[in-house]
Design a protein around this ligand. Sequence first.
Ligand SMILES: Cc1cc2nc3c(=O)[nH]c(=O)nc-3n(C[C@H](O)[C@H](O)[C@H](O)COP(=O)(O)OP(=O)(O)OC[C@H]3O[C@@H](n4cnc5c(N)ncnc54)[C@H](O)[C@@H]3O)c2cc1C
Length: 314
Amino acid sequence: MSKALIIGEVKNGEISKVTLEIASRAKELDMELSAIVFGTNPETAATIGSSGVGHVFYSDTVEYNGEIIASVISEVVKKGGFDTVLLPHSWMGRDIGGRIGALLDSAVISDIVELTADGNKLVAKKPVYAGKAYAKITHKKGIRIFTVRPNVFEVVDSKVDAKTEKVEADFSKSRSKLVEFKETQGAKIGLTEAKIIVAGGRGIKGPEYFPVLQELADMLGAALGASRATVDAGWINHSHQVGQTGKTVSPLLYIAVGISGAIQHLAGMGSSKYIVAVNKDPEAPIFKVATYGIVDDLFNIVPVLKDAIKKIKG
Ligand SMILES: Cc1cc2nc3c(=O)[nH]c(=O)nc-3n(C[C@H](O)[C@H](O)[C@H](O)COP(=O)(O)OP(=O)(O)OC[C@H]3O[C@@H](n4cnc5c(N)ncnc54)[C@H](O)[C@@H]3O)c2cc1C
């Protein structure tokens, strides 16, 4: 049986959803699961047990330092005899994944959207060429390290009572220091973990329409996304940009309003489960990936959508 270590994340004092998604998939693949979480207490750490993780290492340090965290994780991997390491493909996972790979002399397969077993091998699927194609990749040797895109696996309840174990992290040895951590301004709901995203493109004609889309997003409990054209035009902050040079998202529902669907935009949202596109041009490339397409003027359709949602919500 494969022994996997999941690198968990804490968000707003709770274990993040993507951590539980990863644990749930690993459990389905019949792995023996442990996790390690930094910046938390044993009670919170133990809640990963809800997705079948039996042993959780934790550190209550509040400081973030990728260099030290990666070296602590690498020691835990070596001592615990883990053959697989799974991390979220978040800023933390990107920072730490490569460092662990170097420390363990192992390859990292990043931003995976599927993980299956083929005998003793683990086969990961990941988008390549800016989302134009998918590659299936497996490790030939070493520890198998994967970073996993949020929202691609379901959280499955398979509760076990997790044992917790404290690990020490000595930050004084670090060659770098985190000076400041600044939350992105303006984003009400984080794009990368959002279940629903409403995104606007150049078709909205100007910055004054983003608040209208924000209202639609609020009604749906959604995050607000944007194309690069609108960000470059200064209509909205870059933190909202979806695509090759923005955020990669994988929500259940992506509503693209006045977005043409350039390949660089699709690279960031093409793995969304359902895509609804509103565009007045029937030839717009976004319709090639859309589950449902509305060919009409967005300034007519958005108010209709809002009214319909209001009615459904009573
Ligand atoms: C290296 C590189 C990286 C890039 N990275 C990104 C990235 O990360 N994210 C990204 O988004 N782009 C990225 N781009 C830019 C990308 O190529 C496109 O230029 C951009 O996505 C276009 O944005 P858009 O769809 O909002 O605008 P447009 O392509 O101008 O499309 C606007 C759409 O709105 C429709 N429309 C207009 N009026 C209405 C109306 N009244 N009602 C309904 N529909 C209407 C039009 O039919 C059109 O399809 C990148 C480009 C390069 C070269």
